[in-house]
Design a protein around this ligand. Structure first.
Ligand code: FAD
Ligand code: SF4
Ligand code: SF4
Length: 434
C-alpha cells in the first residue's frame, strides 16, 4: 500500500537488513536515505560463499536486492559515508553526514578496472579477510554497488608522498579526481533505523588456538572467502600457506562464545554455518573428511535439524562432543587438535590439514561512538539496547534497531527484523504515530 510520507527515513548500515528495510519503506512510498560506511552496500552477506539451509550462492541472492535498492526511485544511497551528528526528536531529526572522498568521480567511473591493474601498491584486502592483496585504487568487491573505484588515502603513493598518479594517466574517462574533498550533507528525517551489523571476534588473544601463530588455523569468515569462487584461490579448497589440497578439517565451535572470559552469550548462527561449511567442503572434494567439535549443536530454525542430519548421513560429517583445549602445529604445518571427548571422558588428539574457528559475533568496534552520536544506550554486551516487548525500539524515541547490531542472528531473522523496523519507522513518517 502506498501512503503519503511526510519525511524520509534514515537507515544506517547497508547490509542485508538495511537493504531490506530500505526496499520495504521505498515500496510503501517512503523516501529513504541509506548510509553505508564502506565503498559498497552488501555487508557480511556479500562475503559469504553459500547460505544455509538451502546452500544458495550468497551473492546470487543478495545482488538482485542490492540492485533493486540502488535503482529504487525512493532510495538515495550514501556509500562511503558516516553519520556525524543527530539532533532533534521523533518526527524531526536533523542529521549531518560525512561523505568521504573516493578521489574517483562516481558519475564518470564505469568500473572497467584498467587503473587497478597498473597501481603499484599492494595492501591486504579487507573484503577478502586479508587473504589476498589489492591496489591503493580498488573495487570493494566484484559485484559492488556502486560499481566504482575508491582510492585508499592511507596507501595511495600520490596522496601520501605526492608521487605516481599512474591511475590518472590510465583512466580514459578522466574519472580520477585528486581534488575531491570530504563533504558534509545535511538531512532532515522523521525516523532512523540502525542496522550496522557485527564484527567477527578476533581470536588472537585466545593463544590456545594458535590463530596467527599456526599457518593453517583460520576463522570461519576467512574460510568462507577461501572456498568462494571469487575468493583468493578461485574457490579451490587448498591451504594458502603451502597450496596443499585440504583433505581433513576440524571446525572448532564457540570460539569466544559461551565463554565467561569473553562473550558469555551464544552467537546462534555458528552451529549452522559450521555444518554448511563442512558440507560445502565435501561438495568441493568428495574425499574431504570434516569434524565439528562442539559442546552441543544448536539447530533451532525451520529445517535446521534436518540439515544437520543430512550433513552427517550424506556428507559424512563427524560431530565430536567436547571443547578443544589446545591447537598445536607439527613440522608440516598440520594443526593438532587436543580435546576431551566428553561422552567417553577421554583426552584425545587429532591431526588435520586445516582448523577453522567459529568465532563469536561481537558488536562493531565503533558501536559506542555511534551510540553516543545517536544518543541511545547499549546493552550489557555492547549491542544496541531494545525493549523486551518493543523489540525494535532503541532507548530514544523514533530510532529503531534491527539485525546483528541488536543481537547475533542469521540472514532470514535479520531480514524479518528489518521489515519489522521498517513498519515501525513508517508509522512515524506517514503520520500514523507522530
Ligand atoms: C562465517 C559466517 C557465516 C555465516 N553464514 C550464514 C549463512 O549461511 N546463513 C545465514 O543465514 N547467516 C549466515 N551468517 C550470518 C550473516 O552474516 C548475518 O546474519 C547477516 O550478515 C546480518 O546482516 P546485518 O545487515 O544485520 O549486518 P552486516 O551484514 O554486518 O551489515 C551491516 C552493514 O552496516 C555497515 N556499517 C557498519 N557501521 C556503520 C556505520 N557507522 N555507518 C554506516 N554503515 C555502517 C557495515 O559496513 C555493513 O555493510 C554467517 C556469518 C558468519 C560470520
Ligand atoms: S577510474 Fe577510470 S580506469 Fe579506473 S575503473 Fe573507473 S573508469 Fe576505469
Ligand atoms: S596514484 Fe595512488 S591509486 Fe593511483 S596508481 Fe598511484 S598509488 Fe595507485
Amino acid at each position: 500500500m502506498k501512503v503519503e510520507s511526510k519525511k524520509p527515513v534514515l537507515i544506517i548500515g547497508g547490509g542485508v537488513a538495511g537493504i531490506q528495510a530500505a526496499i520495504d519503506l521505498g515500496d510503501m512510498g517512503v523516501k529513504v536515505h541509506l548510509v553505508e560506511t564502506k565503498p559498497s552496500i552488501g555487508g557480511r552477506m556479500a562475503q559469504l560463499d553459500k547460505t544455509f539451509p538451502t546452500n544458495d550462492c550468497s551473492i546470487c541472492i543478495l545482488a538482485p536486492k542490492m540492485v533493486e535498492c540502488a535503482r529504487h526511485p525512493n532510495i538515495t544511497l550514501h556509500t562511503y559515508s558516516e553519520v556525524k551528528e543527530v539532533v532533534g526528536s521523533m518526527g524531526d531529526f536533523s542529521v549531518k553526514l560525512l561523505k568521504k572522498a573516493r578521489f574517483v568521480n562516481e558519475k564518470e567511473c564505469i568500473g572497467c578496472g584498467d587503473c587497478v591493474t597498473k597501481c603499484p601498491v599492494r595492501v591486504p584486502d579487507e573484503f577478502d579477510m586479508e587473504l589476498r592483496r589489492r591496489g591503493a585504487i580498488y573495487l570493494y568487491f566484484l559485484q559492488a554497488i556502486p560499481m566504482v573505484m575508491t582510492i585508499d588515502r592511507d596507501h595511495c603513493l600520490y596522496l601520501t608522498r605526492g608521487v605516481c598518479r599512474i591511475c590518472e594517466k590510465i583512466c580514459t574517462r578522466e574519472a580520477i579526481d585528486f581534488e575531491q574533498t570530504d563533504a558534509e550533507i545535511d538531512l532532515n528525517v522523521g525516523a532512523i533505523i540502525v542496522t550496522v551489523g557485527f564484527d567477527p571476534f578476533d581470536p588472537t588473544s585466545l593463544s590456545e588456538f594458535g590463530y596467527k601463530r599456526h599457518r593453517n588455523v583460520i576463522t570461519a569468515l576467512e574460510y568462507e572467502r577461501l572456498i568462494c569462487a571469487t575468493g583468493p584461490t578461485g574457490g579451490q579448497l587448498i591451504r594458502l600457506s603451502d597450496r596443499k589440497p585440504v583433505k581433513t578439517i576440524a571446525f572448532i565451535q564457540c570460539v569466544g562464545s559461551r565463554d565467561v572470559k569473553n562473550n558469555p552469550y551464544c552467537s546462534t548462527v555458528c552451529c549452522m554455518h559450521a555444518a554448511k561449511e563442512a558440507l560445502l567442503a565435501r561438495e568441493h572434494d568428495p574425499n574431504v573428511q570434516s569434524y565439528i567439535f562442539s559442546m552441543d549443536v544448536r539447530a533451532h530454525g525451520k529445517g535446521f535439524q534436518q540439515y544437520i542430519a543430512r550433513g552427517e548421513k550424506e556428507y559424512g560429517i563427524r560431530y565430536v562432543r567436547g571443547r578443544v583445549a589446545k591447537i598445536s602445529e607439527n613440522l608440516e604445518g598440520n594443526p593438532i587438535i587436543w580435546y576431551e571427548e566428553t561422552f567417553g571422558s577421554i583426552v584425545e588428539k587429532m591431526e588435520v590439514d586445516l582448523a577453522v574457528l567459529a568465532t563469536s559475533f561481537v558488536p562493531r568496534s565503533d558501536t559506542k561512538e555511534l551510540a553516543a552520536v545517536l544518543g541511545v544506550e547499549l546493552d550489557h554486551y555492547g549491542f544496541f539496547k531494545t525493549a523486551r516487548l518493543a523489540p525494535f525500539d532503541s532507548t530514544r524515541k523514533g530510532i529503531f534497531v534491527c539485525g546483528c547490531c541488536r543481537e547475533p542472528v542469521d540472514i532470514p531473522e535479520s531480514v524479518a527484523q528489518a521489515s519489522g523496523a521498517a513498519a515501525k519507522a513508517a508509522e512515524i513518517v506517514t503520520g500514523d504515530q507522530s
